[in-house]
Design a protein around this ligand. Structure first.
Ligand SMILES: [Zn+2]
Length: 371
């Protein structure tokens, strides 16, 4: 499959140069301008090479000013950008820019995601095999939509089920839900399910927070009130020390079914948790805990290289959007693209299972290893 990635993801290359240029600026507004330009290119549906007219003209792209246009032209013509190189030379930020470059590895642009989904040569999961999304946020924590709006948007995408997974009370910065709020949310979800009958099932999930010691912020009784428990790290994500023990402790919690955004990395900004991946994957496979591929474009966590490594240990996977608005449900496609690049078969992806198999796994995760 490596050969299929032989040519560059041109939008990712351009987005990377624009990020370099942003961090070479001494003025804050200019920095934000180039960061916005990078985000605009990374989220384009089409590669820039396909947008180029016969006469070499570029269409107007919202968020792209004259400086960014010059960078794009240089890269399309030569594969590099002298303008960006000179800006880095003039700045005193070379070391920071080099560090950030290392934190952009194995990220896909939106155009590349679409190319991979449309390329039949990959044998991973197809969009049509994806039955439901198991990480998203509603108005009950830091998301925007109501649970009703989420159900309707999921139905429009052809899903058979989904899980709303708001933050638990331990994560105050993300508006974590108290257990009393969770009880009210349960009633709203019951109402949604009553309205959609057997056509669609909305699960009440929770994104529990993994603390410094690897414990999660829910008692066993509290965890048992949810249909699905995700656990994710949200702190200590910029440290160089090894945190294998923390991640292994979280995996041993009997309620946890999905290790969400396992590293906590952010595009061009932080590497996330440093841990022995082999040990984490082995423990997850043993317990039947799914390793998540978080499709938020800024996260892409895990990416396809680590996905392939986890597959070799016998892990199952959850491919989720981590949406905070209903349009962001499309982020699940980023996760699907990584799974296809990693050669992860649909049978190892819990979101591709029929609802009955998913529910059986939720009640007994060791069933993940049975065909
Ligand atoms: Zn999270």
């Amino acid at each position: 499959m490596q050969a299929l990635r032989a040519f560059a993801d041109v939008n990712a290359v351009v987005g990377g140069y624009l990020r370099d240029l942003a961090f070479a600026q001494s003025s804050q507004p200019k920095m934000f301008g180039y960061k916005r330009a990078a985000a605009a290119i990374l989220s384009l549906d089409m590669p820039l090479t396909d947008l180029l007219g016969r006469d070499g003209s570029l269409p107007r792209i919202p968020g792209i000013g004259p400086g960014s246009t010059r960078v794009i032209r240089e890269i399309l013509e030569t594969g590099a950008s002298p303008m960006v190189d000179q800006a880095i030379e003039r700045s005193d930020r070379r070391a920071d820019i080099e560090r950030r470059r290392q934190l952009r590895r194995h990220f896909l642009s939106r155009a590349e995601v679409r190319r991979i989904l449309a390329d039949a040569r990959f044998d991973g999961p197809t969009v049509g095999q994806y039955r439901g999304d198991l990480q998203m946020h509603s108005e009950w924590s830091d998301g925007a939509p109501t649970v009703q709006a989420i159900a309707e948007a999921c139905l429009e995408r052809g899903y058979q089920y989904a899980a709303v997974t708001d933050h638990s009370y331990g994560l105050k910065v993300a508006g974590g839900m108290s257990m009393a709020e969770a009880a009210s949310q349960r009633l709203a979800i019951d109402d949604v399910n009553a309205r959609h009958g057997g056509r669609f099932r909305l699960l009440q999930g929770i994104e529990a927070n993994i603390d410094a010691a690897g414990q999660i912020d829910l008692s066993a009784d509290e965890a048992a009130t949810f249909d699905i428990v995700l656990a994710a790290p949200h702190s200590r994500l910029r440290r160089n020390e090894d945190q294998t023990d923390r991640m292994l402790a979280a995996l041993q919690h009997p309620a946890v079914r999905i290790l969400a955004h396992p590293r906590g990395r952010i595009y061009g900004s932080r590497a996330g948790v440093m841990a022995n991946c082999d040990a984490v994957f082995e423990a997850a496979a043993q317990r039947g805990v799914a390793i998540e591929i978080d499709g938020d474009p800024a996260r892409q966590d895990l990416d396809y290289t680590l996905g392939r490594q986890a597959l070799a240990f016998g892990c199952v996977f959850a491919l989720d959007s981590d949406a905070h608005t209903t349009p962001q449900l499309s982020y699940a496609e980023t996760a699907l693209a990584h799974a296809r690049l990693g050669g992860i078969p649909a049978d190892r992806i819990v979101n591709c299972w029929p609802l009955a198999r998913l529910l059986a796994w939720l009640s007994d995760p060791s069933s993940a290893s049975r065909p």
